[in-house]
Unconditional design. Structure first.
Length: 154
């Protein structure tokens, strides 16, 4: 039932053209959130889980009215230093759902925030995939202590 509910929500957010899409794979996007930003912050990470059923999909870019640009980033250890780099795309397949969390791995980077992100606020990010319709996702600004959004080992 959870799955059906989120599929319905997604279809409501999609532009009418997407409903006519013949793409065989189905995307389930959940747990979309960002952290509140301190005053003066210009950048923020945003996170979501993306699960695909069917053919693999490729996330190629993202955009949002909340910031000037949204980049696809990965944060990982290089040697003994944690570094953040922009990536051109993120591949997602049925066996490897994308799980974005603060502290490491893939994330969306909001650069040039229009305003600080405040707890309880929501904002949209449009995810752009290769060879399929864009998807608008609503992100919730959730506090650090929200356990449903923390890393397993945080
Ligand atoms: Cu980043």
């Amino acid at each position: 039932m959870r799955h059906l509910a989120s599929a319905l929500l997604c279809s409501l957010l999609l532009p009418a053209a997407a409903l006519a899409s013949t793409s065989p794979s189905e995307l389930d996007i959940t747990n979309a959130f960002a952290r509140p930003t301190p005053p003066g912050a210009t950048n923020a990470g945003a996170y979501a889980d993306i699960r695909v059923t069917g053919d693999p999909v490729t996330l190629v870019s993202a955009r949002s009215p909340a910031s000037e640009v949204v980049e696809l980033h990965i944060m990982r250890m290089e040697g003994d230093t944690m570094v953040m780099r922009q990536v051109k795309h993120i591949d997602i397949n049925q066996n490897e759902p994308l799980t974005m969390r603060p502290g490491g791995g893939y994330h969306l980077m909001l650069i040039g925030l229009e305003a600080p992100l405040t707890e309880g606020q929501t904002f949209p990010i449009t995810l752009e995939f290769e060879a399929r319709e864009d998807i608008d996702v609503e992100f919730e600004v959730a506090p650090m202590g929200d356990m449903s959004h923390s890393m397993p080992n945080a």
